[in-house]
Design a binder for this molecule. Structure first.
Ligand code: SAH
Length: 253
């Protein structure tokens, strides 16, 4: 019998922390947070959600600090592998849902390649949170037969959006990370045939007590959003379903 011991491999839970309101955490997310040895988190996770972590858990922040860049994705991937190899139970807490934008897929690929046990806990994605709390039913059948979740991160070289498809009527677009590129998004949609009067909304800090909603048309939303000085995180919803906000939008959550 050999006495050399490598620690048993830990496990990484890729956990969706939801859009902000801690009551939108799943029971599973709350249970894992309450027991994990380490919580690796970034900007989008609200303080109220993080408060569910075990009080003595190690918290590792990998997001952007004022003026600084976030830890490069490759380093986050390595960190998760290293922590698991130390035998730790790790919660990688991500905003919204881990597999909707936000690079959870890349983290899972790294863990799979390294042979680290992991699982994925879905979360309420920002589209669902914003829709519910801003009163915009994304696929109300009088208005939309499909709904696209789209990245607005147009600076990314791999981003090649199918504008003719996105510009069609009878559907809803929910655009993540689209605030900076809103002028370009509007221009492209209108250039590819979308009616400039198509209703559009920008929901900032959806589901949080300071949630803000601005509505307008695809042609004028950018001006309204700039005038209000909106900063990320904000999500765009484009399509006739936005008209329902007037009836279904509730005062702040
Ligand atoms: N995995 C996340 C999305 C990560 S991408 C999810 O499923 O929600 C980051 C983008 O998500 C932000 O730029 C913003 O467009 C959107 N987002 C996340 N939380 C948000 C919130 N509380 N309110 C509005 N938009 C939000």
């Amino acid at each position: 019998m050999t006495m050399t011991q490598t620690p048993l491999p830990g496990k990484v839970h890729l956990v969706g922390g939801g859009p902000g309101d801690p009551e939108l955490l799943t029971l599973k997310a709350a249970r894992l947070l309450a027991t994990a040895d380490v919580v690796v988190h970034d900007n989008l996770v609200s303080a109220a959600v993080l408060a569910y972590a075990r009080p003595d858990a190690e918290r590792i922040y990998v997001g952007k600090k004022a003026g600084n860049h976030s830890l490069p994705q490759i380093d986050i991937n390595r960190l998760l592998v290293t922590l698991a190899r130390q035998g730790k139970q790790v919660v990688r807490l991500k905003g919204g849902d881990p597999y909707i934008f936000g690079r959870g897929g890349e983290e899972a690929e790294t863990l799979a390649a390294a042979g680290i046990p992991f699982d994925v806990v879905p979360g309420v994605t920002a589209a669902a949170g914003a829709a519910a709390y801003a009163g915009i039913p994304l696929t109300h059948r009088d208005h939309a037969q499909s709904c696209f979740l789209v990245t607005g991160h147009l600076q990314d070289e791999s981003c090649n959006l199918d504008w003719p498809t996105l510009a069609r009527p009878g559907q809803t677009l929910v655009i993540y990370m689209g605030l900076t590129s809103l002028p370009e998004i509007s221009r492209q949609l209108i250039a590819h045939g979308m009616d400039p009067a198509t209703p559009a909304a920008c929901v900032r800090r959806a589901t949080l007590p300071d949630q803000e909603v601005i509505t307008g048309s695809i042609a004028d939303l950018d001006g309204r959003v700039r005038a209000a000085g909106f900063k990320p995180p904000a999500i765009l919803i484009i399509g006739n379903v936005v008209t329902l906000h007037e009836v279904l939008g509730l005062p702040s959550p």
